[in-house]
Design a protein around this ligand. Structure first.
Ligand SMILES: [Mn+2]
Length: 413
């Protein structure tokens, strides 16, 4: 991604907000792990989408007065002592180059310069990314800033920047689709490597290591989310990520994984037999999930509400599962399938865009039905990433073995 992409995003946000409004976005800080150890830093995705800057603590300030857009980026102040131990901080020219923002300042001047914006009493609105996943969640820098600014400038109306930015992020441009395709391609290589190297008796985390090795070999160091490598009954636990059990001889292995490329995340699930060959029962259930998955992919097109897609899965499941005697009553299907079939994908694995969203060209979503039969230790999920086009959709992850025949052919080679 070059600066034009980020510049374009800022221009679009500028057009979407009211006059006399300010936007302040924070990159954030890496959370503390233990003692002086911190978790690896990932910038707030809305901040990254607007700036292309990956450095912690950075702040973007956008000012809208009439047709004039002013933007300032604040970065960490150079500090030779700190940098000798921890590595070089971003410099002004590098920040300007990555973001396309001309005015770069140091964070030590932030509060003084921010305060100066109110000298002429022109601004009356402040947009912040006020994400809150639950009541208990600790304050983010934006929330702390919201509290402080409303005390110091009580006339300021604070608005959530998440909605206008989400409207932009929902539609992916060419560069974003390209980044997603790279993430998906590399994820596919990792999945193939797990299929080829899987042996009964192996620990799940050893299989996971084959995935990680393929990613790093391809130049990817970040994951979109913790890898799920779940064999046998573990495959029926939707967010199993312990990955510390032995893979049994007749087990199915469910892997739900995603590499990140240029901050864009893949999200792919495949399920394969540890031995390389499906049992008849595994094949029977697998093909029901595959049938549902393919039906949803056929249904993805502009104009369809996201929430309608799950009905297709349930309808196919009810009929097929009654036929094979897994359920008697249609209502019982929720015992074996208890999640939605799709979510949007992008800078976040569960990307912006609510369930009511109506599909439009340029949106990217997952299609991931599953069946989880705990009493038989069978967990199956098949997940692809698709791009909505003018006529329907394009499966971006189509090169990764998916049918029983393709998987067995690769594993028994
Ligand atoms: Mn997913």
């Amino acid at each position: 991604m070059d600066q034009h992409f980020f510049k374009r995003n800022r221009t679009k946000l500028f057009e979407a907000i009211e006059d006399k409004a300010l936007v302040v976005l924070f990159a954030g800080e890496p959370p503390q792990k233990s003692a002086d150890e911190r978790y690896r830093f990932t910038p707030n995705t809305n901040f990254y989408y607007m700036t292309g800057i990956e450095s912690q603590s950075a702040v973007l300030v956008m000012e809208k007065l009439g047709e004039r857009l002013k933007e300032t980026l604040y970065i960490e102040t150079p500090d030779p002592d700190y940098e000798k131990w921890n590595g070089k901080r971003l410099r002004k020219d590098e920040a300007a180059n990555a973001s396309g923002i001309e005015k770069i300042e140091y964070l030590c001047d932030f509060t003084r310069k921010f305060n100066r914006l109110f000298e002429d009493d022109e601004f009356d609105m402040l947009y912040l990314d006020l994400e809150r996943l639950d009541w208990e969640m600790p304050h983010t820098p934006a929330q702390a800033f919201a509290g402080e600014t409303s005390r110091k400038y009580p006339f300021l109306r604070i608005k959530n920047a998440r909605y206008p930015i989400a409207q932009l992020r929902l539609i992916k441009c060419e560069e974003e689709v390209e980044a997603l395709c790279r993430a998906i391609g590399i994820t596919g290589e990792g999945i193939r490597s797990m299929m080829i190297n899987c042996r009964p008796g192996m620990m799940e985390y050893v299989l996971e290591a084959h995935f990680d090795f393929a990613l790093k070999t391809a130049g990817v160091r970040d994951l979109g989310f913790f890898s799920i490598v779940a064999s046998g009954q573990n495959g029926t636990i939707l967010h199993y990520e312990a990955n510390n059990c032995k893979v049994e001889e007749d087990a199915l292995v469910l892997v739900d994984v995603g590499a990140k490329y240029n901050h864009y995340s893949a999200d792919i699930t495949r399920t394969f037999p540890a031995s390389g060959r499906f049992t008849d029962r595994q094949k029977q259930l697998y093909n029901i999930v595959l049938e549902a998955q393919e039906a949803v992919i056929r249904a993805v097109k502009p104009g369809v509400p996201l929430m309608d897609l799950n009905g297709i899965v349930k309808q196919i499941y009810c009929e097929a599962c009654k036929k094979i005697g897994l359920i008697q009553d249609e209502a019982d299907i929720s015992k074996y399938y208890m999640h939605g079939v799709s979510h949007f994908l992008g800078l976040d694995t569960h990307d912006v865009g609510g369930r009511e969203t109506v599909l439009k060209p340029g949106m990217v979503l997952t299609v991931e039905p599953g069946i989880y039969v705990e009493e038989e230790a069978i967990g199956i999920r098949i997940e692809d990433d698709v791009l909505v086009t003018e006529e329907g959709c394009e499966v971006l992850s189509c090169g990764i073995p998916k049918t029983v025949e393709e998987i067995e052919a690769l594993m028994l080679k």
